[in-house]
Structures are given as C-alpha cells and as structure tokens.
Write a protein that binds this ligand. Sequence first.
Ligand code: SAH
Length: 356
Amino acid sequence: MIPSPKNLRSLSKADLQTLFAEWGEPSFRAAQVYDWIWAKGVHAISDMRNIPTALQAKLSAEYAIHPISVTQAQHSEDGTIKNAVKLPDGLIVESVLIPTEKRITACVSSQVGCSLNCAFCATARLKRMRNLGPDEIYDQVRAIHQQGMEHFGRPLTNIVFMGMGEPLMNYHNVLTAIEKITQPDGLGLSPRRITLSTVGLPKMIKKLADDGVKFHLAVSLHSARDEVRSQIMPINDVAPIAELREALEYWYRATKRRITFEYVVWKGVNDAPEDVHALVQLCKRIPVKVNLIEYNAIGDERFQQADPEALEAYVTALARIGVTAKVRRSRGKDIDAACGQLANKTLPEGLSPMPA
Ligand code: SAH
C-alpha cells in the first residue's frame, strides 16, 4: 500500500530545518517553505515558485498540503456570510464572516461537532467527531480574509473562536493556530484582536494564564446560579460557578485583561431578580463586561427570548456596580449563521444534525 502523503503543515519551522539539513539542502529552504505554507497559503507544493523542481518532487513524494475548501457560502441580507467548510477528510464545519462598519470579523470553528451538550445550542445536536488541526483553523481565517477583500474591499480585523466546538478542549491545536495567525510570517494579526470563547473550563483557563497568552477571553456564562446553570449546561456539574470564578480571578491576576461574559436571558429560566442578583455578585469579584446576546431559537420550546424589561433589569443592576452590559443583536439569522445556530443544516445526510 502506498502511504498517504503526510501533512506538510504538521511540521514546525524547526522540523523543516531538520528535514532539509538531513536532505543536504541549504538551511534557507526551511524559511522559504514555511513562508509558502503559512503566509502565502499555497495549496500545492508545485506552486512554491522559488523551490527547485527537484526538491518540490522530493517533498511531494512524502508530503502534501491538505487545504480546506469552502463548498458553500450563504450571504445574509445584513452582509454576514456563512461558509460550509469541507475538511480534507470530507467532514464539514462552518465559519462566519461578520462585517460591521469598522471590522471584518471571522467566527471560526475549533471542533467538528461538540461534546458539551448545552441545551440551547444547535451545535450540541451534532456528535463531536474530532478536533480541528491548526492548519484547518488557520485556513478558515484565511478564507474569510479573502472574502473580506473580495466582497467588502477590506482585510480581516478580528477573530472570535465562537463557531462549532469548545476551543479549550482542543487546546494545543487552537493555540498553535493562533500562533500562526499572529506571527509576522503568518497572517500578522494582533492577538488583541482575537477572542477565545469557552464554556468555562477552570483548569484550562488557568493554563491559558500560565502560558501567557495575549488574546481575550470570553465565557459563556448564561447563569451565575449553579442550580440554573447545571440545568442548561451540563459542564456546570463538573465545573461549578465557584471553581469557574476562582479560575477567572486567576486569569485576571495574571493577564490584567477584562473577561467578557456571554449571557442569554430566557423567559422563566434566568429572568428573575435572584438571577440578576447572582450575576451582580459574581461581577463584583472579577473585572468583566457582559454581552447580553439575543437568543436564536433552535426549535426548543423551553427556551424563549426574555422580555426587554428583563434585559433592562440586568443592564441597570450591573450599571449600578459599574459593569457595562450591552445587548447584542444577532447577525446572519436569516441564514442560520448566528450564535448557537451552526449545525450543518444544509448538509447531505449523515452529517445532518441529530433530531432534537
Ligand atoms: N464552546 C464555546 C464556543 C461556542 S461560542 C463556548 O461555549 O463559548 C457560541 C456562543 O453562542 C456561546 O456563547 C454560546 O453560549 C452561544 N449560544 C449557543 N446557542 C445559542 C443560541 N441558541 N442563541 C444565542 N446564543 C447561543
């Protein structure tokens, strides 16, 4: 059996240097190849114009570049674009381009499906199949950068890890992707323009702080009361509020970077005065801002967007302790591109969401 070519982009710069040294090639080849596979983002070894043909052939005998392909791009009336991204093994994830006046934001996926089972999220209906590789994450970002140029004449400005999957359950690959995205010989984007959103895994949040990351952290909180949060987010049984709070305090001490809480308010779930009170108490302990996200219905009767008065109660109570809470309208709803709606709805059988 002919072994399938190895992924060239799984090699680090040091790996490339070692490889070319073994092959008796000049050491600058490593930097050239690295530049082609990351900064220039070629899809084929034969496109590396300054690499001699003989070396291209030698590389191609063992390695290949496995690029993603955007097989479908749906355009929302508000400008948002949702991509179906086909991975080299045929699995599909989704990514979203969100344009605003000043920004082009890429919302990217970190896993195929998700294992967290949050009751209100459409992605939870997809089985978690596997983690994405650094190259697969990087390619989503690159594709959106190109779409930004093509459709809006503007480059990518921000990235949010708010697509499918839990980025902190794919820690190594997500951080490697961010390293490639931020390094000058990658996309050169500032880490301050990247936000990683997590369901809130205390150990991994502390690890981020210890690893000295420079990007922002957002936490999908949705309730500051264990009895409520556990009902809608099973992870809370393993990582209850007190533990999460302790990890967030640790993060802030280490990074001095304010955390964002993502919070949806649902009728009869978390719209009571005690829910507001619990969030206020938590926010007194950690410097945060709160994004009150509009609920995007996923066809579950238990969840209904709360009344505007309920949102107002949160905003007012938080303002009283000096915490900014903004109500965020969703983008791309008409094409199921909004928060929590990524579920491969338009896909062929076998990859379609499991029934609710
Ligand atoms: N696993 C990570 C990344 C997903 S981000 C995390 O949990 O943060 C997706 C964001 O959309 C999360 O804040 C999630 O809580 C929110 N979300 C999920 N379903 C939603 C829905 N139906 N309506 C609005 N927001 C939703």
